[in-house]
Design a binder for this molecule. Structure first.
Ligand code: FAD
Ligand code: NAI
Length: 466
C-alpha cells in the first residue's frame, strides 16, 4: 500500500493539471489513469486530434477550391488521408508524452490502471494485467471526465455508426456522412469531412443549431455552413438505424412526431452530447450522490463525501478542457490551504469551424430573461481592413454592456481567428472593464483585433453602426 497526500483519478486536463499543481506545491501526489497515454479525452480523442484535422482540411479546401487560385497560387492538390491521419497521430503522441515529462518534472507518480474508491481515503487500482494495488490519501480528486451520450436505436459500432472517436480516424472519406446533433462536435467534425469531399447532412432535434449559443451568432454560423454545402434537417429526430452492406439506413421523424422518412448514409456520426463517466468508480463506498444527469455534485469542488473532490467534465458546468483546468488549479490550491476561486462567468467557448465562433459571458437571450437592460455594439468583418484584404469578411464582433454601468456582460463573435481574440475580452471581463475601456485602447493596424475595439466603440455610439 502506498500513502500520498493527494490521489487524482483520471489523467485528462482536469486530472493532469491537478496532479502537476499538487507536485508544484510540494504535495506527495499520484495520478491514476487507465488509458495507455496521459492527456484524457482532450489530448487523445478530443480537442487536439480534432483541431489537427480541422487545420489540415481547411488548408486542403483552400487549395482545392478557388481560394488559392484567386490569390494567384495555382496548385493541384491531392488528398493523402493516410498522411493526414499520421501527422495528427504524431502530434497527439508528442503532446501526451509532454504530459508524461511534466509528471516526472513535478514528481507526480503515474499509477497505470483503473481506479476505484474503496471507502474513505482509499483507492484500489486494477492494472491492465489484472494485478491490484491500494493507494491511501487524505484527499482524493475525481477527474474521470465524460463519454458520448448514446442514442437509443442507433447503436455505435465505430465501423459505420461512429462516435467522435471513430469520426477522427475514418479510413476513407464518406460519400454521405449523416451527423446526428448540430452541436460543437457535429459541426466541427462535419466540417472536416465536408471539406475533404463528403456530402454532410446534420440532423438536429431542436429548431436551431448549438442551442447554448447567442441566437444571432448561431444563425450566422448556420447560414455560413449551409453556404459551404452542409445540409441541415432541424426539428428532426432519428428513431432507428439499420446497418446494411452498402451503408446505414436511418429513419427520421419530425421532432414532434409524424411520418418517418428514410435517409441513406455510408457513415453516421452520433454527437448528441456527452455524459459524466463514473463507471466502476465505487461512488457508493463513500456515499457520493449524483444529480439527474449522473453529474457528481460539488460545492466549490468538494463532493458530498469528506476528502473527495470533483473537477472537470464529471461535474456540473461546461464540458471544456480549460474549465477542467481552472477547476483543477482551484481545487488543489484549496487542498493546500490557499484561497482559490473559479470565475464561471468568464469561461470562453469556441467552435473551430470556418468561420470560427468565440463567446464569453451572457447571451442576449440570457440578459433579456434576467430583465437586464443592456447596450449592443456590433462591428462586421466586412468593414475590417485586414479581413477584407485577406478575403475573410464573414461574421462580426458583438459586445453587450450594461445600460447604466457600461460593464461588459457578454461578447459574441463569428469570423476569422476569433478563437485567438476572445482572450482579450476575457481579460477585460475579469477586470470588470467597461466597453469604454476597450474603446479607448490602441489596437494595431491592420489587424482583425481592431474589430474588437470598433465593436466597443459601437456600444459608446462613437462609430456609424453597420
Ligand atoms: P477527460 O479528458 O475525459 O479525462 C478523464 C480521464 O480519466 C480519461 O483519460 C479516462 O481514461 C480516465 N479515467 C476515467 N475513469 C477512470 C478510472 N476509474 N481510473 C483511471 N482513469 C480513469 N474542449 C475544449 O475546451 N476545446 C476543444 O476544442 C474541445 N474539443 C473536443 C473535441 C472532441 C471530439 C471531444 C470529444 C471533446 C472536446 N472538448 C474540447 C472537450 C474536452 O475534451 C473535455 O472537456 C476535457 O477533456 C475534460 O477534461 P477532464 O479531465 O474532465 O476529462
Ligand atoms: P452538444 O451538447 O454541443 O450538442 C449536442 C446537440 O445534439 C444539441 O444541439 C442537441 O440539441 C442535439 N441533440 C440531442 N439529442 C438529439 C437527438 N436525439 N437527435 C438529434 N439531435 C439531438 O454536444 P456534442 O457536440 O456531442 O459535444 C459534447 C461536448 O463536448 C460539448 O459540451 C462541448 O462542450 C465539448 N466540445 C467542445 C468543443 C470545443 O470547445 N470547440 C469541441 C467538441 C466538443
Amino acid at each position: 500500500m502506498s500513502v500520498y497526500d493527494v490521489v487524482v483519478i483520471g489523467g485528462g486536463p482536469g486530472g493532469y493539471n491537478a496532479a502537476i499543481r499538487a507536485g508544484q506545491l510540494g504535495l506527495k501526489v499520484a495520478c491514476v489513469e487507465g488509458r495507455e497515454t496521459l492527456g484524457g479525452t482532450c489530448l487523445n480523442v478530443g480537442c487536439m486530434p480534432s483541431k489537427a484535422l480541422l487545420h489540415a482540411s481547411e488548408l486542403y479546401e483552400s487549395a482545392m477550391g478557388s481560394e488559392f487560385a484567386n490569390l494567384g497560387i495555382e496548385v493541384k492538390p491531392q488528398l493523402n488521408l493516410t498522411q493526414m491521419m499520421k501527422q495528427k497521430d504524431e502530434s497527439v503522441a508528442a503532446l501526451t508524452k509532454g504530459v508524461e515529462f511534466l509528471f516526472r518534472k513535478n514528481k507526480v507518480d503515474w499509477i497505470k490502471g483503473w481506479g476505484r474508491l474503496d471507502g474513505a481515503g482509499r483507492v484500489l487500482v486494477t492494472a491492465a494485467d489484472g494485478s491490484q494495488s491500494e493507494l491511501q490519501a487524505k484527499d482524493i480528486v475525481i477527474a474521470t471526465g465524460s463519454e458520448p451520450t448514446p442514442l437509443p436505436g442507433v447503436a455505435i459500432d465505430n465501423q459505420r455508426i461512429l462516435d467522435s472517436t471513430g469520426a477522427l480516424s475514418l479510413p476513407e472519406v464518406p460519400q454521405h456522412l449523416v451527423v446526428i446533433g448540430a452541436g460543437v462536435i457535429g459541426l466541427e467534425l462535419g466540417s472536416v469531412w465536408r471539406r475533404l469531399g463528403s456530402q454532410v447532412t446534420v440532423v438536429e432535434f431542436l429548431d436551431r443549431i448549438c442551442p447554448g449559443l447567442d441566437e444571432e451568432t448561431g444563425k450566422t454560423l448556420q447560414r455560413s455552413l449551409a453556404k459551404q454545402g452542409m445540409s441541415f434537417k432541424l426539428g428532426s429526430k432519428v428513431t432507428a438505424a439499420v446497418v446494411k452492406d452498402e451503408g446505414v439506413e436511418l429513419s427520421i421523424e419530425p421532432a414532434g412526431g409524424g411520418a418517418a422518412q428514410l435517409l441513406q448514409a455510408d457513415y453516421v456520426l452520433v454527437a448528441i452530447g456527452r455524459r459524466p463517466y463514473t463507471q466502476g468508480l465505487g461512488l457508493e463506498t463513500v456515499g457520493i450522490q449524483t444529480d439527474k444527469r449522473g453529474m457528481l455534485e460539488n460545492q466549490r469542488h468538494r463532493s458530498s463525501a469528506p476528502g473527495v473532490w470533483v473537477i472537470g467534465d464529471v461535474t456540473s458546468g461546461l464540458m471544456l478542457a480549460h474549465k477542467a483546468e481552472d477547476e483543477a488549479i482551484a481545487c488543489i490550491e484549496q487542498i493546500a490551504g490557499k484561497a482559490a476561486e473559479v470565475n464561471y462567468g468568464v469561461i470562453p467557448n469556441v467552435i473551430y469551424t470556418r468561420p470560427e465562433v468565440a463567446c464569453v459571458g451572457k447571451t442576449e437571450e440570457q440578459l433579456k430573461a434576467e430583465g437586464r437592460t443592456y447596450k449592443v455594439g456590433k462591428f462586421p468583418f466586412t468593414a475590417n481592413s485586414r479581413a477584407k484584404i485577406n478575403h475573410e469578411t464573414e461574421g462580426f464582433v458583438k459586445v453587450l454592456a450594461d445600460e447604466q454601468s457600461d460593464e461588459i456582460l457578454g461578447v459574441h463573435m463569428v469570423g476569422p481567428s476569433v478563437s485567438e481574440m476572445i482572450g482579450e475580452y476575457c481579460v477585460a471581463m475579469e477586470f470588470a472593464a467597461s466597453s469604454e475601456d476597450i474603446a479607448l485602447i490602441c489596437h494595431p493596424h491592420p489587424t482583425r483585433s481592431e474589430a474588437l475595439r470598433q465593436a466597443a466603440m459601437g456600444v459608446e455610439g462613437w462609430i456609424m453602426q453597420a
